[in-house]
Structure formats: C-alpha cells, structure tokens
Design a protein around this ligand. Structure first.
Ligand SMILES: Nc1ncnc2c1ncn2[C@@H]1O[C@H](COP(=O)(O)OP(=O)(O)O)[C@@H](O)[C@H]1O
Ligand SMILES: [Mg+2]
Length: 410
C-alpha cells in the first residue's frame, strides 16, 4: 500500500527542512526541520546502531546541512575524533583536539557567559541575576570529582571556598557585573594553576591539590595553559578521543561544559549540539553527576530553540548506569529517533520504547550502511541517507575509499 501512495512520507517533507535522503518505500525525498516546534515537541535527535552502521557519517551530514542553513554546530566526539576533521577543515571550522599534549583546550575555568538567563534574552526580559560564578564553581567541582571519587563533604566545601578565592583574585565575584570589565569585555580568567597554588598553600587542602598537579606541572600541563581560541566559530569539533582512559570522563565533561556555554549563549542564534558515542557519557562506565549534567543539557537546549543530536552504539551500555535512568532520559527527551543497522538482541532492548513491530525489528537487522528507520512518535519511515559527492569524499572512512584515493590506478 505504502508503495502505491506517492506521498506516504508527506510528514517528512518539512518546509525549510534539511534533506535527509530517500524514503525507502516510495523513493520520495525526505526533508526534516527539527527546529519546527509547532510540529515536533522537541527537535532532539537520537541515533542508534552498531559499529559501521553509519552513525558518525550521518551526524556529519546533518551537521554540514544545518551549518549551511546558518545554524551554529558544535560536536563532542569521544571516539575516533579524527574522522570529523576533514569536513571541519573544509568548512573553515575549528577542530580542537583535547589531549594531554595539546594546546587546543579551551580553558575550563573561563566563564563565557554574562548571565545564566539565556531565556530572558529570547523574550527581551531583563536577565535574572543568578550568579554565573556559582554555576561555574559547581561545574568545576563536578569536574574535579570525576577524578577523585571519594570526596568528603569537607573536601567539597574546601574546593568551593578555594574557587571563590581564586576568582576573587581576578576581581570576579558572585555579582555578574564583575565578570566583565568597564568595556563589557570578559575579564582575564584564572587557570588551573591558580587554583592549584591556592589548594597547595593551605595544609588542610594540600591533599586536594594533587589531582590538579597533572595539569600544572605534570603530563597534561599543556591542557591547563591559557590560550586564546576563537570560539565564535560556527562549526566547532571538540575531539576528546586522544585522552587516556583515566582522563576520558573528566575530559568529556570539560568539553561538554565548554559546549554548553557556547550553546546557551543565545546571541549566536540557533544551534545544534552533536554528540557521537554518547554512551561514554551516560552509559555503564560513567558517573551519575556527569550523566545528569548531559541529560539536563539535552533538555535545556530545547527551551533555547536549539537541538541536541546524540548517537549510541551499544544499547546495553546505554541502559547500564543506575538501571538505565539516564539512557531512558535521553531517549525520552529526543522526539526524533533514527535506528540504523543493529543486531536483533540490541534492537529488542529498544523495541518497546520505540514501539517497533516484529517486521521492523527484522528490517533493522538487515539495513545496509547509511540506512535507518526514522521514528517520530508512531510514524516510522525507513530512510536511505544520501550524501553529496563532496560530503562523501570529506567524510568517508572506508579503507577501500582511502586506498583508492592514494592509489587511483589500483
Ligand atoms: N549514507 C551513507 N552513504 C554512503 N556511505 C555511507 C553512508 N553512511 C555510512 N557510509 C559509509 O560507512 C562508513 C562507516 O560509517 P560510520 O559513520 O563511520 O559508522 P559508525 O559511526 O556507525 O560506526 C563510512 O565511512 C562511509 O564510507
Ligand atoms: Mg562512529
């Protein structure tokens, strides 16, 4: 029946939408406008599929097309970040590789917002004066706690007061006006070394300084340095895949914190946050603080008119932390879901959440690269994603393609 009906995908030809590919039932083109909030209660997109199904490829196609429409696009890539570099450079984006030896790390201590009240900006209201510094400090304590798990309440209090003091030395207080100078420019911000010095000086907090030593005198000292990166760029890739295992979680949190600042700043217009391999943040090996932060961010973006696009590889892993609370939270707050090829037992784990029929489960196991079942509520449409030649050349990671390119006569 569907094949006989030319407009079966009429729900997927959003005006002003980005092109996705062809409806596999009737070959009609599918366009999606995730920013249309009359149509989608939220425009967040979630992608699932096994390794090689085409998740990273699709994310980049989406990012590229959103960018072409003038949206600001920020990626967080915890695994195989190098895959995102060629397209980023082609588009004049900013590719930041966050690793211990790299000077590409945006200062985690920098405050990048003048007010927490982005919503007021949208509605032309006077901003509420909730302290930006207080929020920064709470984020820094989460970041710290990802590296030293058994913090006592006393430790947390000590970290808190050391940070208040650290910012005070730079003239920054809980009064939001103190974040900028007389010309409205951000003040010079402290760096990790400043915080470290403060902790080290006091015998009661000396033991807390140890964690930071790595970023000051240790192997990751490049990461803690002051630099001036142009974060106004409209296409930014934060690649955390070069971090060693024991710094992974805190490093991704670092990237997420920077990304969230940039996204929440409404003066730059509509934006998209794209996070590949999300399980590394909300999955089994994560930590409730970090997972909660990410989930909160995905929810908040919507209120500001932005969207979050996330992808996951293992369904088991996604539901691994706190009996699946965060994984479910992310799925629930993503109205648009795209299921790419995965094994049957993985598909079964999301069958109920997505109301997949038996036939659809079978279809999912048989998808080829770049094919996926787009699920928006009860509307399910299989789509073959199309990339332009230019996109394909920039994005493909297929070793056959890369070999052919080096050696065209082969
Ligand atoms: N829509 C598509 N059109 C053409 N090739 C694709 C498409 N999607 C994926 N591929 C190919 O499959 C390869 C692997 O995809 P990738 O996105 O890296 O998988 P995943 O991130 O799910 O592990 C890509 O490098 C590309 O060569
Ligand atoms: Mg991938």
């Amino acid at each position: 029946m569907a094949a006989a009906f030319p407009f079966a995908s009429y729900e997927l030809s959003d005006r002003n939408g980005i092109f996705l590919g062809l409806n596999m039932y009737n070959r009609s083109p599918a366009f999606l406008d995730p920013y249309n909030d009359y149509k989608y209660t939220n425009g967040n997109i979630w992608l699932g599929g096994s390794s090689g199904a085409g998740k990273s490829f699709t994310l980049q196609c989406l990012g590229n097309r959103l960018r072409q429409q003038g949206k600001r696009v920020i990626y967080i890539i915890p695994k195989k970040g190098h895959e995102f570099r060629p397209l980023c450079e082609q588009l004049g984006g900013l590719y930041l590789r966050m690793s211990p030896s790299s000077k590409d790390c945006p200062n985690i201590m920098a405050i990048r917002r003048k007010s927490l009240d982005s919503y007021a900006g949208l509605k032309n209201l006077a901003a509420r004066d909730d302290s930006v510094l207080a929020e920064k400090i709470s984020h820094l304590i989460i970041w710290y706690s990802l590296q030293k798990r058994d913090l006592t309440d006393e430790d947390k209090n000590n970290l808190d007061s050391s940070l208040v003091e650290c910012y005070r030395q730079y003239g920054i207080t809980f009064d939001n006006a103190s974040i900028v100078d007389a010309f409205g420019h951000f003040r010079t911000m402290p760096i990790i070394a400043d915080w470290y010095e403060l902790l080290k000086r006091n015998p009661e907090t000396k033991h807390l300084a140890v964690v930071l030593a790595r970023y000051v005198t240790g192997s990751a000292s490049a990461m803690g340095q002051r630099n001036d990166l142009d974060l106004d760029n409209k296409y930014i890739v934060l690649d955390t895949s070069g971090l060693p295992d024991d710094m992974m979680l805190s490093g991704i949190f670092w990237a997420t914190d920077v990304a969230s600042d940039l996204i929440m700043d409404n003066s730059t217009g509509l934006s998209a946050l794209i996070a590949d391999e999300l399980w590394s943040l909300v999955g089994a090996n994560s930590n409730p603080l970090a997972a909660g932060f990410v989930q909160e961010m995905v929810k908040t973006i919507r209120g500001l008119g932005g969207i979050a696009v996330t992808s996951t590889q293992g369904m088991q892993d996604l539901f691994g932390l706190d009996s699946g609370k965060y994984g479910k939270g992310i799925l629930d707050s993503s109205r648009i879901k795209l299921v790419m090829q995965m094994e049957e037992q993985e598909a079964r784990l999301i069958q109920n959440v997505l109301n997949l029929s038996e036939e659809e489960v079978r279809q999912i196991t048989r998808f080829r690269r770049g094919e996926g079942l787009l699920c928006i509520g009860y509307n399910h449409v299989p789509i073959a994603f199309y990339a332009t030649q230019k996109e394909y050349t920039a994005i493909t990671t297929s070793s056959t393609d890369l070999r052919m390119r080096r050696n065209p006569n082969e």
